[in-house]
Design a protein around this ligand. Structure first.
Ligand code: CA
Length: 224
C-alpha cells in the first residue's frame, strides 16, 4: 500500500516508517499540517495515518481535505489524545479508526488490515463477510446460503455494522439506526439486541464477531 504518514515526532515517525516499509508499504512522511496538505493533493494514498498534535495545528482539521482529494481513503488517527471525548471527536470528524498512543505495532498492523478489509464505500450491494451475506436493502440475512430470520431491530443493528466491516461504529449511530431520533432509548436495550444478534450469528456459524469498543461502540469483523 501507499501510505501517507502524518507525524511530527521524529523518532516515532522513523520507527513507524521503517516498520511499514518492512511490511512492503510505500510511505510518504509529512511532519506538519502544511506538508500534509501538499501531500494530500496527489489523492493517491491507500491509507492515511494521522497524528493530531502537529506543530501547526490539529490533524483532525485535515480529514475533510484528505477526503476531498481521495474520497474513500481510510484514515486512522494515532494520537496521545486518547480520552473518550478525543476518540469520539476523531471518529465523528470522519476517521475510520482511532488508536491512542502509546500503542503496540502489532495492534497498528491489525487495524490497518481491518480497514483494508472493509467494502469500499457505502452502497446497496450485498455485504459478504465470513459465511454471512446480508442484503442491506431487503434485510435478508444468510449464513452459508441458509436463510437466518432475525427480528427487525437486530436486522437494523446488523445493517449498521455490516456497512462498516472492520471499522468502529459509534453507539449513537447504531442507536439511531435501530430506534430513530426520539424513541426514548435505554442504553442497555441496545446491548441486549447486540448480544442476541451475536449469539445467533455464532450459533449459525457465520464466521463473524461483534466486538465491543468500550464506551465508544461496536465493530463487526471476520473471525480469522
Ligand atoms: Ca505529535
Amino acid at each position: 500500500m501507499h501510505i501517507l504518514l502524518i507525524e511530527d515526532e521524529t523518532e516515532l515517525a522513523a520507527t513507524l516508517k521503517g516498520a511499514l516499509q518492512r511490511e512492503r508499504h510505500v510511505v510518504d512522511l509529512a511532519g506538519t499540517v502544511a506538508m500534509a496538505r501538499e501531500a494530500a493533493l496527489c489523492g493517491l494514498h491507500d491509507l492515511v495515518l494521522l497524528d493530531r498534535t502537529l506543530p501547526d495545528g490539529d490533524g483532525l482539521a485535515l480529514i475533510a481535505l484528505l477526503r476531498q482529494h481521495n474520497p474513500g481513503v481510510p484514515i486512522i488517527v494515532l494520537s496521545a489524545l486518547g480520552q473518550l471525548p478525543d476518540r469520539v471527536a476523531g471518529l465523528d470528524e470522519g476517521a475510520d479508526d482511532y488508536l491512542a498512543k502509546p500503542f503496540a505495532l502489532e495492534e497498528l498492523f491489525a487495524r490497518i488490515r481491518a480497514v483494508g478489509r472493509r467494502p469500499s464505500g457505502l452502497n446497496a450491494e450485498t455485504v459478504t463477510v465470513g459465511r454471512l451475506s446480508f442484503d442491506p436493502v431487503s434485510g435478508e440475512t444468510r449464513v452459508g446460503g441458509e436463510r437466518l430470520d432475525l427480528p427487525r431491530r437486530e436486522i437494523r443493528v446488523l445493517a449498521a455494522l455490516a456497512r462498516r466491516i472492520g471499522r468502529t461504529v459509534l453507539r449513537e449511530s447504531i442507536e439511531m439506526a435501530v430506534y430513530g431520533f426520539d424513541d426514548g432509548v435505554h442504553s442497555n436495550t441496545l446491548d441486549s439486541h447486540v448480544s442476541r444478534l451475536r449469539r445467533k450469528l455464532a450459533e449459525a456459524g457465520a464466521g463473524v464477531e461483534i466486538h465491543a469498543i468500550r464506551g465508544v461502540g461496536y465493530l463487526m469483523r471476520e473471525i480469522k
